[in-house]
Design a protein around this ligand. Structure first.
Ligand SMILES: [Zn+2]
Ligand SMILES: [Zn+2]
Length: 342
């Protein structure tokens, strides 16, 4: 089968031919329908985060192709999303389904399929345990693949911020890419807050307006953007800022626009540092660094998609084009989410 492999830090991934895997005891073989192309893969490709070579793709959905010995409760052909952060499955967080916060993460060989272990950018993928599968119902697995990260990650961040997102509140969303375009829809589906979408690309801001953003601000000039946002939100400041970029200018922007008793969630991996001084960010501000989401939250995201309240804007590509797709992602030239379809 064809697979898109991470080979070595700093080198382009390669499309290679591999034997299709067979599921061992307790495992499940997935026939991949779609694998989302995520910005965090660029971190995996650029830095030596995991040892050895492996198949990329941590945002996966498809159909069950075969069950390993001892697996019950599922059958061949079931449409499923693969829950991406693979924890130990036994610790307190894992038992609550929040494997994204597994206590044993430092001692695990991989963070998930496509993150140290073989992922979904291939015709088939091994899922190590059926506990990592979530039923897709009637959803198309190609369109549903991005739900497992591009929607789950902002959902997790937004759910924790719901107490702030009351009528009259303002929420700032920074970065309208794969995660940000889902965040706009999730906020519209879940909260009455006024939504200010920020990006340095006017086309992405137009996309945010189509998806329901109330205001858009181009943040290419960070200082001017902060003034523009402060003028919109007034003395109260923004109640919540969600940063899906996490670079220094975006983290700084969030700190400048939130008000007192607010919340900043930095989701993006852009390497920015949030500086702290008295009343800067303002007093009462809570800062969180959410990572991915829990398995039951993935079920909630899938339920929202099934109800037609959110959808991933998907551009699909064959596996062979993976290298070019990563290049386009690097250049900010993907609309919504790219999905590789084997
Ligand atoms: Zn990701
Ligand atoms: Zn665990």
């Amino acid at each position: 089968m064809k697979a898109v492999r991470y080979v070595q830090a700093g080198r382009s991934p390669e499309v290679v031919d591999l034997p299709a895997p067979t599921p061992g005891p307790g495992q499940v073989l997935l026939r991949v329908a779609g694998a989302g192309v995520c910005h965090s893969d660029l971190h995996v490709i650029d830095h030596a985060l995991f040892p050895g070579s492996f198949t990329l793709g941590h945002e996966n959905a498809g159909h069950i192709a075969a069950l390993g010995e001892g697996v019950t409760g599922w059958k061949e052909g079931d449409a499923v999303a693969v829950y991406g952060p693979w924890g130990c499955g036994r610790c307190h967080h894992c038992q609550t389904s929040a494997e994204n916060y597994c206590e044993a993460h430092a001692s695990l060989p991989a963070m998930g399929g496509g993150l140290g272990a073989d992922g979904g950018m291939a015709e088939y993928m091994i899922v190590p345990s059926p506990r990592l599968l979530v039923p897709l119902g009637k959803l198309d697995p190609v369109k549903a693949a991005p739900l497992s990260d591009a929607a789950l990650t902002p959902y997790h961040a937004i759910k924790a911020a719901l107490p702030w997102l009351v009528p009259g509140a303002d929420v700032v969303v920074v970065g309208i890419g794969g995660l940000g375009h889902m965040a706009v829809q999730l906020l519209k589906a879940l909260t009455p807050a006024r939504l200010i979408a920020c990006d340095i690309d006017d086309a992405k801001l137009a996309h945010a307006r189509q998806l329901g953003a109330d205001h858009t601000v181009n943040t290419r000039d960070g200082k001017r953007a902060a003034e523009e946002i402060r003028a919109l939100v007034g003395a109260r400041g923004a109640d919540v800022a969600l940063d899906f970029v996490g670079a220094q200018p975006t983290v700084d922007l969030c700190a400048r626009v939130v008000g007192r008793a607010s919340r900043i969630a930095v989701v993006g991996l852009g390497g920015g540092v949030l500086h702290y001084a008295a009343n800067q960010p303002p007093y009462g501000c809570e800062v969180s660094v959410p990572y991915w989401g829990s398995r039951t939250e993935l079920m909630e995201v899938i339920a929202l998609a099934e109800a037609g309240r959110i959808h991933a804007d998907v551009e699909s590509f064959p596996l062979d084009e993976a290298v070019g797709v990563y290049q386009r992602l690097r250049e900010g030239r993907i609309h919504g989410r790219a999905v590789l379809v084997p």
